[in-house]
Design a protein around this ligand. Structure first.
Ligand code: GRF
Length: 224
């Protein structure tokens, strides 16, 4: 008997290159997962075009139309829930979410962040990693909890910082890592291998370390 496909709603604010990687994975890898809607808080987000091109329902919920963060998040919750997703994936969604929103989806709300968490939560991660003299950097797919960029990691992808790297150069290599680790996570979601319990990520019912499953991309770097 065929099981229902895993239903995903993806939230974006911008270019949506991670969204594209997720779309490509669902289309080419014959996954038991489908993106049922893409929601943006910005009308001009290019990711909306990517979704429409793939035949995915799109929605715009402009935060500027709401008096408070609570009201926006309540409307967002209603919109997301109308699609009955199993998972809600943040992919460059540039809004801080209220604790009420996060608790509503806790255990099925996932984000991708461009650093090796717990290092460098927040913005401007690439420049901060360079300024701190880090040798390695990367990206993390993680469960969202009310504290910003602090939830347990699912997959972390690491690369080497090259001598003389600019933040822009580094960002573009990290983005390539993101495009590997988010679809890899999607495979696990489709295969129902990931869950969340006691503030930990479980893979096949076994807790992962707080920094998640490690994917090493340092070998892709010709300076090493
Ligand atoms: C990515 O770097 C992601 O980690 C961060 O925002 C960026 C989104 O890029 N949260 P894109 O819209 O997926 O191209």
């Amino acid at each position: 008997m065929s099981q229902a496909k895993t239903r995903l709603v993806v939230l974006i604010s911008g270019s949506g290159s991670n969204l594209q990687a997720l779309i490509d994975a669902t289309q080419s890898d014959d996954l038991d997962a489908e993106i049922v809607a893409v929601i943006s808080n910005k009308n001009a987000a290019f990711g909306l075009q990517r979704a429409a091109q793939a035949g995915i329902a799109t929605e715009v919920l402009d935060h500027r139309g709401f008096e408070s963060r609570d009201q926006f998040d309540a409307a967002l919750t209603e919109l997301i829930d109308s699609y009955q997703p199993d998972w809600v994936l943040l992919a460059g969604f540039m809004r801080i979410l209220t604790a009420t929103f996060v608790r509503h989806y806790q255990g099925r709300l996932i984000n991708i962040h461009p650093s090796l968490l717990p290092k460098f939560p927040g913005l401007d991660t690439h420049q901060r990693a360079i300024d701190a003299g880090e040798r390695h950097h990367g990206a993390s797919v993680h469960f969202v909890i009310p504290a910003l960029d602090a939830g347990p990691v699912i997959i972390q992808g690491m690369l080497a910082i090259r001598p003389g790297d600019s933040a822009t150069e580094l960002a573009s290599r990290v983005l390539q890592v993101e495009h590997q680790i988010y679809p890899a996570t999607l495979h696990w979601l489709a295969d129902k291998r990931i869950s969340y319990a006691n503030e930990q990520t479980l893979l096949d019912n076994e807790p992962l370390p707080a920094t998640g499953y490690q994917m090493d991309f340092t070998g892709n770097d010709d300076t090493h």
